[in-house]
Write a protein that binds this ligand. Sequence first.
Ligand code: PAF
Length: 289
Amino acid sequence: MPDVVETIAGLRSQLRLARVDAVSGGLGRPRVALVPTMGALHDGHLALVERAKERAEIVVVSIFVNPLQFGPSEDLALYPRTVESDVERLAAHGVQIVFAPTVGEIYPGGDLQTKITAGDIGSLYEGRSRRGHFDGVLTVVAKLLNIVRPDTVVFGEKDAQQVFLVKRMIADLNVDVDVAAVTTVREDDGLALSSRNRFLDPKQRRAARSLSIALEAASSSADRGIDSVIAAAQSVLTGDSTIELDYLAVVDPTTFLPVDDGAHGRALVLIAARVGETRLIDNVTVYLA
Ligand code: PAF
């Protein structure tokens, strides 16, 4: 079983021990990879763990439902908390250290005086619907990077805007860490794995498939340009009253700004929709002709 530590001091001492073990086992200076999560782990998270294991000898998985990235009307209280089964799954994947701090450990004294702001891109798409969300994400990621000091940090491509903003923060603040982004893991019918999928009832679960179908339609229309991409995705989504589209955007992956009409080359199609009470996001890379 992994060592489950709740305090920053405990985490640092476990890391020291793991480093000493690695050196005395003849491994030289071991690399450390961090997989930040909010728990409720699924196979998508385990794919991040597998990537972390390729990159490092010591893998730390953090499990922390970060209040700072939830708005007042969001599902913080309802967010699934399944630490025991999460730890079992991580044990089966050979994770050595799980960092599962309390809110008080990460935010002693409540609110922070100093926070990271995600800038203009942080208030588009997800950030427009979830004000302050990315400030909260970047602040906790910065704290976790400072606590763990990993060589590599691993994220999932499903949260494409999060990956973009984390990379920007790391570049802007000269943080010495590599970022690895792992391809989205999907159910057999295409639905991207998400901790929130468990909230879907059977009818909503069937409807949720439309997100990935819309993205497939967008991708197959890319050789006809951006208008066709949007029309193809919209036609899938508007056919289903269970789905309330939040945004559909085609962005340049290097800037995360919307692509211009007539743009060519690689682009990212982002989608967010509410299926009942559950908000889902997904994305696909397309090649505009
Ligand atoms: O992607 C998530 O689960 C969260 O946003 C993260 C990166 C763990 C920060 O709380």
